[in-house]
Design a protein around this ligand. Structure first.
Ligand SMILES: NC(=O)c1ccc[n+]([C@@H]2O[C@H](COP(=O)([O-])OP(=O)(O)OC[C@H]3O[C@@H](n4cnc5c(N)ncnc54)[C@H](OP(=O)(O)O)[C@@H]3O)[C@@H](O)[C@H]2O)c1
Length: 261
């Protein structure tokens, strides 16, 4: 669909990828409604882009409903928590929170906002997944659970809405440098595993909307291959990840991302 002249709600606009996505949508001529919890980050970005803001906590179902009342043509459900850490050490309350923010909130927003988009015969729902929604890694079980779930939801909902004029897209970034939850953790990847930029992810979002793509992976070739391979052969993939030092990366990521959320 055409972005120019549309109104887009971007969740997680205060984060590394959300800010890049918001800037890219604004540059294409969208009017923006930006949301996040940290108003001290949200307000300057909104001022830069001439956007409206709504402070909301996506772990709170009432806040999710408040956001879903916004009349928008495009939803970019981007907010997310890292949810890293070994399952046996993962507090149950934190599991609930990661599920609420990463999976429940995008599903509810997509359902409620798309209902009005279908009435208008026009709209696009973009869910930000991850290559971790195609293959799992040590220390990433809870995060992967939400991203695998989002992938199933996106593809199923897309089929539900076929022929309505409303598309559903899943954008799956690999490791992102410069900004965002991976870059913030300051973790080194094994040799040969490369990263992409937040701007590349934002371009992927534009492509998903403008071409109504079911799935856009924004990752380097080896990460994309890892996603496909891990989905087909989980045990072999686990062995390869261990050989590449995946356990150490997982420990460092969990350490670097502790306290997020
Ligand atoms: N960075 C990567 O390498 C990477 C790779 C693959 C996929 N992704 C996905 O990309 C998306 C954006 O991630 P990012 O890298 O930009 O992370 P980030 O910089 O940590 O930003 C996360 C965003 O989510 C929002 N958020 C977290 N908890 C929230 C809550 N309870 N209520 C409302 N908003 C909440 C944060 O806003 P407040 O703190 O202001 O509430 C922030 O804007 C996520 O879905 C992530 O899973 C990222």
């Amino acid at each position: 669909m055409r972005i120019d002249g549309s109104t887009a709600l971007v969740t997680g606009a205060t984060g590394g990828l959300g800010a890049a996505i918001a800037r890219a949508l604004a540059a294409r001529g969208a009017s923006l409604v930006l949301t996040g919890r940290r108003t001290e980050v949200l307000e300057p970005l909104a001022a830069e882009l001439g956007a409206r803001t709504i402070a909301a906590d996506l772990a709170d179902p009432a806040d999710v409903l408040r956001l879903a009342a916004e009349p928008v043509d495009i939803l970019v459900a981007n907010a997310g928590l890292p949810g890293t850490g070994a399952v046996l050490d993962f507090p149950v309350e934190r599991m609930d929170k990661v599920l609420a923010v990463n999976l429940r909130a995008p599903m509810v927003l997509a359902k409620l906002l798309a209902t009005r988009m279908v009435d208008a015969g026009r709209g696009q729902v973009v869910l930000i997944g991850s290559i971790s929604g195609k293959t799992a890694s040590p220390g990433g079980a809870v995060y992967s659970a939400t991203k695998f779930g989002l992938r199933g939801f996106a593809h199923g909902m897309r089929q539900d809405l076929h022929g309505t004029g409303v598309g559903v897209s899943l954008v799956q970034p690999g490791f992102v440098r410069d900004a965002g939850m991976f870059a913030d953790a300051g973790v080194a990847l094994p040799p040969g595993i490369r990263t992409v930029t937040p701007e590349a992810v934002a371009k992927g979002v534009l492509r998903a909307i403008e071409r109504d793509r079911a799935e856009v992976d924004v990752a380097t070739a080896e990460v994309r291959f890892g996603g496909i391979f891990g989905g087909l052969f989980p045990d072999v993939s686990a062995r390869v990840q261990r050989r590449l030092g995946g356990d150490k990366v997982a420990r460092n990521l969990a350490h670097g991302q502790r306290g997020k959320g």
